[in-house]
Each structure stands twice: as C-alpha cells, then as structure tokens.
Ligand binder design. Structure first.
Ligand code: ATP
Length: 373
C-alpha cells in the first residue's frame, strides 16, 4: 500500500550562515500509522512538522501526502496549507475564547461552505469523539486546559483530514490531565484510522502514542523504529541515552560469531557478549548499552558460569515501592539493575551472579557516541 505521508531528503536552512535546522530527513508513514518525532529542544522536529503542514517552505526535498506531491523543490510544487487536507493541533490550544465550543469546531466547516444541518451533525460527532458532547454551547473560556485541547482536537478532526499533525499537544497540561489525554489521543486517532505525525520531547509520551518513533538531533533523523527496537537496538549512544538506557560499557570487539560479538571491556575485564549493532567492525572501540530492567541477578552461584554470567556484589539498594534498584559492582565497574516486586531480594554487600543477556546488550561504534553527545 502506498504511504499516507512520505518525506524525502527534506532540508531546511533559515540562513546561509546558520546550521541547517533540518538535514536530509526522510521517512514514510503507512496509512493509519502514528509517527512520533522525538528529540531535545531545537533538534528540528517542529520545523519538520511545519514543512509537512506547508507553514514553512523546505530548502530542498519532497513531501507527498497520499500520492500527491505537497512540496517538490525540483518541480516547483508547493501546495498551500489549506489545500493539503491536514488537521493540526498545537501546544497552545489555538481555540477562540470568545466563541462557544460548537462554533469553534464548526469554523473549518463553515469556511468550506457546508450546510447548517451537516455542520451540526459533524460537530456533534467530533465532540462526542473527544468526550465533549455535553459542552456544545459552553463558552470556551470556561473550559479547563485539557478540555480546550479536546476542542482543538475536535476542530482538527471535524473535516476528516487525510493526516493529522500534532505539535507538543499535551505540554501545557498538568501531569494528571496529560496522562489521561495522552491515552485518549491514541485511542481517538486509532479509532478514526488517521495517519498522524506527532512531535514531542517527552520519551514516555512518544512510546505511549507512537507506532514508530523517530529520534532527531541537530536536524538529523538518527533512527526511526518501533519503540521496542529503539529501546533494545539503539543506533547510537545518543538514542540510547535519550530512551533512558543508563548502563553504558566501553570496550573493544575481540571476536564475533554470527550477530554476537565478544567484547573486552576498557579496563581489561570481560569479555561480555553483545549483539552487534550496525557498522561495528572487528577490533573497533564500541559502547555497549544495557537497560537496568534487562539485567538478571541470581542468588545461588552456579557451579560454573555461563559466558553471559559474571560474579557481582550489591553495593547499594534503593527500594521504590514497586521495584528495587540495585547498584552492583561487576566487571570492574558499577551497573544499575532494576527488579520489579514489592520484596527486595538482596541487601548491600550480597554476592550475586549477574546475567547480561547477549540479545539485550547492544553495541554501537564508540566514535558515534562521542560525536553525538
Ligand atoms: P522545540 O521543542 O524547542 O520547539 P524543535 O526540535 O521543534 O524544538 P525547531 O523549532 O524545529 O526545533 O528548531 C530547529 C532549529 O531551527 C533551532 O535551532 C531553531 O532556533 C531554528 N529555527 C526555527 N525556526 C526558525 C526561524 N523562523 N528562523 C530562524 N531559525 C529558526
């Protein structure tokens, strides 16, 4: 099936002396897919979204919405925003406070010249979808932030756009509302089968909302994958850190067998086994990321250690209610290990056997990590 949205080799420069805000970004969204652009402030995610919307003109590249070119630098195609059939929701609610809820949502339909009865029906449908069917005649200024954002969403959905673009739509809400609307947003978008491009700097939000997540830094799209791949197979150390990997080991590839490398750690300890990332060569310096939840601790020492097992000692234990966080001395360094459960298993000083599962230890070139950080 053709992509619902395809962005190819997109560039944006705001001035000749400046670093390009967006550098050679390409991705495609399948129909009904929610793509999230994730990254720190200033990485170019909003600029990318605004180019898709037609609010910013690319310096180079193409944008296809469905099978139609919305922008093509070579063919001089630049479809106006109002003709791209997109719905948009921004961080600032962008609703009109002096109008009623119904009037706000009806606005895009009235502009398109639909009849009154049809407008009324569509407005009611859109408001029911966002859970505001009882608020039709309320003035928008009397609503909470979360309700205003629902009005903005209803207005973006009411004329059945081909794709919906959302730029940090939850940022202005308090924590509790943010969590509720976060779940609702995904449910609503999925119910309508809409293709969505969603911008956020919040890693957890990205994981909950997105089918695939693209991590951006300095205008580049570093990796676009399903959340689980991003977590377990980060392309480089920046992606690993941004998705919250806290354990990072440094070493060198000693040998490889299939997709697994034997890695000697920088201090001479090891070897450990890790899955080979893209572009990792023999003898090369690598970083190895392993998430605290993926390390296993064994109480009773086995008679002989497996290649992925190492002797370790608990140096610190913090109990967080539903989980225990251990700081463990192993392989000449210290690692964090998280175990779920309301009963901590080990005290400080406890000798344990630690497993670093090779399929969950992910290696990438060390140069890339220093470059990106
Ligand atoms: P944030 O989350 O802070 O909005 P972002 O990842 O969305 O960040 P962009 O807003 O896309 O980042 O900005 C990318 C870069 O482009 C930044 O360095 C920014 O200063 C620059 N930039 C954005 N808009 C303009 C503009 N109109 N003129 C000049 N520079 C701009």
């Amino acid at each position: 099936m053709a992509a619902a949205l395809a962005v190819n080799h997109l560039w944006k420069s705001f001035g000749s002396g400046l670093r390009p805000a967006v550098r050679d970004v390409s991705f495609a969204a399948a129909p009904g897919e929610i793509i999230v652009l994730l990254g720190p402030s200033g990485c170019g995610k909003t600029t990318t979204l605004r180019m898709v919307a037609g609010l910013e003109q690319p310096t180079d590249g193409t944008i296809l919405i469905g099978t139609e070119a919305a922008y093509d630098s070579k063919q001089r195609i630049n479809v106006a925003p109002q003709h791209r059939q997109i719905g948009m929701v921004f961080q600032s609610y962008a609703v009109w406070p002096h109008m009623s809820v119904a009037k706000n949502v009806a606005y895009p339909l009235a502009r398109r010249g639909l009849g009154r009865a049809e407008i009324a029906r569509k407005v009611e449908e859109a408001l029911a979808l966002v859970g505001l069917e009882d608020y039709l005649d309320r003035s928008v200024s009397s609503l909470s932030g979360g309700q205003m954002q629902r009005v903005a969403l209803a207005r973006a959905l009411v004329y059945e756009p081909r794709i919906i673009l959302l730029d940090e739509p939850l940022s202005n809400l308090d924590a509790k509302l943010r969590l509720r609307l976060r779940d609702d947003l995904r449910t609503i978008i999925k119910k309508l089968g809409l293709t969505a491009l969603y911008v956020t700097h919040d890693q957890e939000e990205a994981v909950v909302i997105g089918d695939r997540i693209g991590v951006m830094k300095d205008g580049e799209l570093l990796q676009m994958s399903a959340a689980a791949d991003l977590y377990n197979r980060p392309a480089d150390a920046f992606v690993a850190h941004f998705t919250g990997v806290t354990n990072m080991l440094q070493g060198r590839v000693r040998s490889r067998s299939g997709g697994t490398a034997s890695i000697e750690l920088s201090g001479g300890a090891g070897p450990i086994l890790a899955t080979l990332g893209k572009d990792v060569a023999d003898g090369e310096a690598v970083s190895v990321g392993i998430r605290p939840e993926n390390i296993r601790l064994l109480d009773t020492p086995p008679s002989s250690l497996e290649p992925d097992q190492h002797r370790a000692r608990v140096v610190e234990r913090r109990f967080h209610g539903g989980q225990s966080v251990y700081r463990v001395a192993v392989l000449g360094t210290e690692l964090d290990v998280v175990e779920l459960g309301t009963m901590p298993r080990f005290d400080q000083g406890h000798e344990v056997t630690l497993t670093l599962p090779a399929d969950l230890c992910w290696s990438f070139p060390a140069e890339a990590s220093t470059d990106r950080r």
